[in-house]
Design a protein around this ligand. Structure first.
Ligand code: NAI
Ligand code: OAA
Length: 347
């Protein structure tokens, strides 16, 4: 019985494995396990398209959409899509517990976005408090869920979440993820353009953190391999590091990346669900508790399994340019991590 369930899960999951298929398939999934996903900040710029993409994911059986305003409308709208999951909207703090209860994965895009001229760290004062209160509720209502932290500054909000969970006695480092998938998505797109290779075949690990120079794409490990000049690699690295700012400036005061972020968030949540369901060899880059450098949190390739992080993979060989980038990013990343830890313990 168990083996046949696993076989059905594997085949359903492999049918939904590529990113394009994630967006286009809806099929009978009776033997796929029940999985509840909650999106906190579901009425926002990221939250709405992310809610739609999670509604299209056949691995989701219950989709809880929570925000401080506007979720009944989003839930009514998304709920009419004829796919597997049952959608419920929750609005206001008094409904947060119900939104979270029983969740397997909680995705957090709640908080303010950047405007031109701001850094992600400029969002700290508002978003740190939002993340802290949401994580306090998570510790109470779904302490075993995998957390996908999107709210910026990710380099600080992930350490804040860890401290909140530690204080509540529920911290499990295997279950807390900073979502850095958009950096990977960008690196793949930009590399494919320069290397003139099919983008769907491209893989590029991105390590470090999720702000400016802390984002370090490893183009020396990119596949399919291409013979790009040093200048091209430097330009690709900079464009990946500044990808968020490129969107913030193009939107000219109307926010930051929402559609590409929703896509990236949906890919990462899908990977988490596959890991939970026992699909083997699910590997994504994510900002997690880590011992591969001297920093307590670091983004790198992570193998996902039934309990979240199964293993944090080695960085692999770095070029001299990447080694230099790694040393340069450490002080900024360290300071952002410490800022988050201090905030969580002082407030
Ligand atoms: N990790 C990443 O790669 C990326 C992260 N982001 C970050 O995601 C966050 C959200 O961005 P957008 O969706 O564009 O912003 P938005 O302003 O469009 O939406 C944010 C939503 O959060 C809600 N919210 C505020 N306080 C809340 C609370 N206490 N509980 C629940 N919901 C709450 C708001 O009502 C709003 O609907 C920002 O911090 C942004 O910087 C954005 C792009 C990429
Ligand atoms: O740049 C921002 O503020 C939003 C973000 O994190 C990204 O797009 O990578």
């Amino acid at each position: 019985m168990k083996a046949s369930i696993l076989r059905s899960v594997r085949s359903a999951v492999s049918r939904s494995s590529s990113s394009n298929r994630l967006l286009s398939r809806s099929f009978a999934t009776e033997s796929v396990p029940e999985r509840k996903v909650a999106v906190l900040g579901a009425a926002g710029g990221i939250g709405q398209p992310l809610a739609l993409l999670m509604k299209l994911n056949p691995l989701v059986s219950k989709l809880a959409l929570y925000d401080i305003a506007g979720t009944p409308g989003v839930a009514a709208d998304v709920g009419h899509v004829n796919t597997r999951s049952e959608v419920t909207g929750y609005v206001g703090e008094e409904q947060l517990g119900k939104a979270l209860e029983g969740s397997d994965v909680v995705i957090i895009p709640a908080g303010v976005p950047r405007k031109p001229g701001m850094t992600r760290d400029d969002l700290f004062n508002i978003n740190a408090g939002i993340v802290k209160s949401l994580c306090t509720a998570i510790a109470k209502y779904c302490p075993n869920a995998l957390i996908n932290m999107i709210s910026n500054p990710v380099n600080s909000t992930v350490p804040i979440a860890a401290e909140v969970f530690k204080k509540a006695g529920t911290y499990d480092e295997k279950k807390l993820f900073g979502v850095t998938t958009l950096d990977v998505v960008r690196a793949k797109t930009f590399y494919a353009g320069k290397a003139n290779v099919p983008v769907a075949e491209v893989n590029v690990p991105v390590i470090g953190g999720h702000a400016g120079i802390t984002i370090l794409p490893l183009f020396s490990q990119a596949t399919p391999r291409a013979n790009l000049s040093d200048d091209t690699i430097v330009a690709l690295t900079k464009r990946t590091q500044d990808g968020g700012t490129e969107v913030v400036e193009a939107k000219a005061g109307k926010g930051s990346a929402t559609l590409s972020m929703a896509y990236a968030g949906a890919l990462f949540a899908d990977a988490c669900l596959k890991g939970l369901n026992g699909v083997p060899d699910v590997v994504e880059c994510s900002f997690v508790q880590s011992t591969i450098t001297e920093l307590p949190f670091f983004a790198s390739k992570v193998k996902l399994g039934k309990n979240g992080v199964e293993s944090v993979l080695d960085l692999g060989p770095l070029s001299d340019f990447e080694k230099e980038g790694l040393e340069k990013l450490k002080p900024e990343l360290k300071a952002s991590i410490e800022k988050g830890i201090q905030f969580a313990n002082a407030n």
